[in-house]
Every structure is written in C-alpha cells, then in structure tokens.
Design a protein around this ligand. Structure first.
Ligand code: BEZ
Length: 266
C-alpha cells in the first residue's frame, strides 16, 4: 500500500498560513538536530513529518536528496510549493510502503514524532526498514515534561467542562530511557539520547499557539465555546509563562537522539 494513500493527521487540523505565522520558530530552532544529522551532500534523506517544508528546504539546499512525508495535505502542498518532493503519509505506516525499503541513508525528523502517539513502535520499525544498513535515524521531538504547564491547564479546563482530556490529548512525550528501549528493541544502536529543556519565546501569545497546535483539545468543544476555553487557558498561564508585557515563553523540552542501523558485516 502506498503511503500517500493513507489518510492520518492525528486529528490535528493544520492551516499553512497559521503555521507560517505561529510556527516558524519550529524550523528556526532546529539547529541542534540538524547539526546532529551531519548531512553529506548527495545523501538520501527521508524527512519524517516535513510539515510545510521550511526545514526540508534547508536540507535540500545543503545537498540532501530528500523525500518528505507529512500527514497534513495542506502542509504537504506548502512544502511542494517550496520545491520539496513531499507526499501525504502516515509516519506510523512507513513500513507498509515497499518503495521505501532501504531507500534512505538517513531518516530525519524535527518536531513531528510527538504527533505519532498511536503506535510509536511502528514509527521506529518503519524507519528501520527504510534505512540502508549503516544508516542513521536522527530526530528531535517533545520529550517528558514538554509543554507541561500548558498541558496541565488545558486538561483542567476540559475536565471542568466534563470532557476526559486524556481521551483527546494527541501528544506523545516519552522519557529517554523508555524511548531508547524501544529503539534498541527494534535493533538500533543508540549513540545518544537526552532531554533538552528549551524554553521558547513565542512569536505571539499563548492563544495563538493554542489555535495553531492544540486543535485536538479545542475541537472537543462546540465551536461557540472554543474562544472562551482559549481565553481561560491564556489567563491561567499568564503568571507563569508571560512577562505581563506580551512576551510569552512556552515550556518546551526536546528529546533528541541519534541511532544507527548496524551495517553489513564482512
Ligand atoms: C512541540 O514541538 O514540542 C510541540 C508543538 C506543538 C504541540 C505540542 C508539542
């Protein structure tokens, strides 16, 4: 089954214009994981969760022969406009596409794998299958404690409205030990894996962030009630995440790793 035939978006709506306004920092702050990739010109790279292709474009400009996949057709369209070979697909179904078998020297992912909560082991199995022997899996996504204050306040606000927040929470933020164990179970040799707290200054307020990234929570309510939920969450986070002068800092914690598929032995 071709990956592009699958339809999956973790239930999160993406709006390319909104994302460009409120999510540009995602690509701008990816220097750490891009450095870990140690890209060599001509390498075949799969960008897992390429989003609107802003970071894929940087990798292509640095010499990658890159395929991007993303669950959002709207973001894939934006990536294609940047000249990226981007396809709509589910990162949890990579292994089902035979055209990806051993097709890549590196699997790269930034700020995407926390959306692949349904089956994290399938993501890892798919990456393994798509890599050549000796290939590497280099990624960064939300780790344990990521956006913990935002998440806690969102959960409480939905709970007060009689909604089970765990049932709608789309985010997977693992601890390094648990994720290392998953990688090793699949056969990867983990060279490094660690949490990196990264408080992140937002381009706007937390309301804009929620509208861009927390659709699964707000969509649990009828449309007429969503603005009030966002206002309430913003008010409750004001003291801890804002300086009161309009500068908002989100409590991001990244999980970053480099893992190798062992090479062929002579
Ligand atoms: C993240 O990049 O860590 C993230 C972004 C949006 C929602 C949750 C996490």
């Amino acid at each position: 089954m071709a990956v592009r035939e699958l339809s999956l978006d973790a239930g999160q709506r993406w709006n390319a214009r909104d994302y460009a306004q409120n999510g540009r920092f995602v690509a701008d702050l990816a220097g750490g994981v891009v450095g870990l990739l140690q890209l060599q010109p001509g390498e075949r790279v799969l960008d897992l969760g390429c989003g609107d292709g802003a970071l894929s474009r940087r990798l292509v400009d640095a010499g990658a022969v890159l395929v991007g996949i993303d669950a959002s057709d709207e973001l894939v369209a934006a990536a294609r406009e940047r000249g990226i070979d981007a396809r709509v697909g589910d990162g949890q179904a990579l292994a089902l596409d035979p055209t990806f078998d051993q097709a890549f020297d590196a699997i790269f992912s930034n700020a995407a794998m926390h959306w692949m909560k349904r089956d994290p082991d399938a993501v890892i199995r798919g990456a393994w299958k798509a890599l050549v022997p000796g290939g590497r899996f280099v990624a960064e996504f939300g780790g344990a404690g990521n956006v913990a204050q935002i998440r806690r306040v969102l959960h409480a606000a939905l709970g007060r409205r009689g909604i089970d927040p765990d049932a709608v929470d789309p985010w997977y933020f693992p601890r390094p030990r648990a994720y290392r164990a998953r990688l090793e179970r699949a056969g990867f040799e983990v060279r490094e894996i660690a949490l990196h707290p990264r408080p992140t200054v937002l381009p706007s307020d937390i309301g804009a962030w929620l509208r861009t990234f927390a659709g699964r929570f707000t969509d649990a309510l009828p449309e007429v009630d969503r603005a009030a939920l966002i206002d309430e969450v913003q008010r409750e986070l004001q003291a801890s995440l804002s300086d009161g002068k309009g500068r908002w800092v989100a409590d991001y914690v990244r999980l970053r790793f480099v893992a190798y598929k062992p090479g062929l032995t002579a």
